[in-house]
Design a protein around this ligand. Sequence first.
Ligand code: ATP
Ligand code: MG
Length: 386
Amino acid sequence: MLQTLAVANYRSLHELVVPMTRLNLVTGDNGSGKSNLYRALRLLAQTARNGVASALAGEGGLASALWAGPERISRRMVMGEVPVQGTARSEPVSLRLGFSAEDFGYAIDLGLPVASASMFDRDPQIKCESLWAGPFLRAGNVLVERRGSVVRRRAGRGWEVVEEHLSSFDSVFGQLADPQRMPEVLALREYIRRWRFHDHFRSDAAAPARQPCMAIRTPVLSDDGHDLAAAWQTIIEIGDEAGLQGSLDDAFPGARVLIEGWDGRLSLKFQQPGLLRPLAASELSDGTLRYLLLIAALYTPRPPPLMVLNEPETSLHPDLLPALARLIIKASARSQLWVVSHASRLIAALQEDPACNAIRLHKEFSQTRVLGMGNLDAPAWYWPQR
Ligand SMILES: Nc1ncnc2c1ncn2[C@@H]1O[C@H](COP(=O)(O)OP(=O)(O)OP(=O)(O)O)[C@@H](O)[C@H]1O
Ligand SMILES: [Mg+2]
């Protein structure tokens, strides 16, 4: 389970260290930085697919993703006594992302290239990465360290250089995650790759979830939900069928989902009390379809270590939100959950769970902060040095 998420200089997240528990709920006003934090977590997940540099480039490059405020915010700037001004930088440009679990952690530091003649001169470069054992980085617990193009790994009391020419856009999780040479890197990469993000399932008339799908066992619902019927049937056959029915009944009392198969394909039908025939997926309301997608995602028979739900309340009627909260709370027994939400009823219902870690974001002088958390309350965190 993740215990700490840390971000520096990414958009409005100038310096943010967030403690995490099994069930994390991120809330805050418009523009407070909820989506930025979500995107930071996604970028971190991209490192394990060796795509962080290109994902950042896709966001408009470092120039756009980097904190647009001054390196240091003085008290006098906040009081309005002096204008907000960038002074000469004392440190290099550095966008940093990291997390730690109970007994290991990882951080990455991205910066600008040193002047070169390349046409790719504005691509972000990976300046350093660190993998450690323990809840936060210390000099003594580093397992693997990357500085520039050199990667070293702890070997007994000393260090072994594993690679001297790693490209600036390749993370250690790229070529080096090899079971013989770097088992710890491979293990961490596989762990991060199992994080799952569910972000706004489509429910429009042409949504893939409204179409029949191939009859293939589907323990993990796809991002676009096209395999909803297969995922639902997989839960019935190898997952928690009773829980699935219970959660469906909680949201839609008396309703049944029927999976029909023909010719190697499956389709989903929805039997509502009071109707003579079940409705096809193509006839369901947006909210009903989206709710079914959420149930299928959360009852996955292959629970990931971390599941992230971005505004799951979209297009759901407020009356459905307490049931959604119960569904999420049940899922948090199987996976660590990170939920970003705007909806007051969902927020209130999730907070009824004593285990819920409510992270209320707000902006202080344009930088995102956690409400009620002073610098001293933040978990211990140290960034690797370049
Ligand atoms: N490079 C940057 N530097 C500093 N702040 C930035 C930068 N890019 C974006 N922001 C700030 O981030 C804010 C947007 O944050 P975000 O999208 O995370 O908000 P949100 O909490 O998801 O809001 P909403 O509820 O409206 O979706 C903007 O208001 C802007 O002030
Ligand atoms: Mg947002």
